[in-house]
Design a protein around this ligand. Sequence first.
Ligand code: AMP
Length: 285
Amino acid sequence: MKVFTARDLTQSHILDLKNKGLSIGLVPTMGALHQGHLALVKQAKQHNDIVIVSIFVNPTQFNNSSDLEKYPRTLEDDLKKLQSVNCDLVFTPTTEEMYDANEKAEIFDFDGLDKEMEGKFRDNHFNGVGTIVKKLFNITTPTNAYFGEKDFQQLQIIKKLVEITQQPVNIIGCTIHREADGLAMSSRNTRLSKEHRESAPFIYETLTQAKKLANTSTPSEVEKYVSDKFNNHHNLVLEYFSVANENDLKTATSFSNTQKQRGFIAAFAGEIRLIDNIALYELSN
Ligand code: AMP
């Protein structure tokens, strides 16, 4: 497994591989890797000759400097995990390698996708995501790039990004990986206190109950149900729960057969912000 920090070296190495006719799969990450990330790598391995994982904690997508500072960084451990799933190349640049001094996020027109849900609470977040992903695509020129449905809004925005930038890459969405108790895997989970880690599966439990309720209720009834559940919870605080259409991410006023809808949630466990979502259209158990 090669580990590169320089963008020029990465770019020229990949160009050589592409000239040999090899396909490239890219999995962009911010490190602190868990099984959810590795599942993306395994999926990429199945469909590409060469798999590249980028590890870069991207400053322009953080609107909270303390969250950026405290973001877990575990490079040595990450490299071991990537080796174990036969990753071919890791690109782990410094901030200086990716950004000029004082460079800000590029502003994109995501057709309103960035204004919903996360966009209401994380100012400029998706411009930061778009900026770094565009740069990563330019450097690694992947055939396919893999993103988790855990960040479903991000996945839709990346699809819009390649439409806007005309970068020739297929965007592949991958299902959410969960701990045995249902908690969506996240690098942030390692920062949960013991008490909050015990409470956190409540988020997915509530999503699955919301999904059952969606069979017989309106979106606003489901939203009220979730908000009441959190109001009665002793140590989790709901930031938002929204029933929204998958394609335009707009709040749904009714469940329809023509639009696929999901429940999207963000909640605080102490100072750790957790997000999750669930498809509401597949049959409930
Ligand atoms: P991150 O390192 O948090 O930026 O995540 C890197 C990629 O892994 C993103 O495309 C995420 O959506 C994806 N990812 C993170 N957690 C999970 C998970 N639990 N299941 C599936 N994909 C995930």
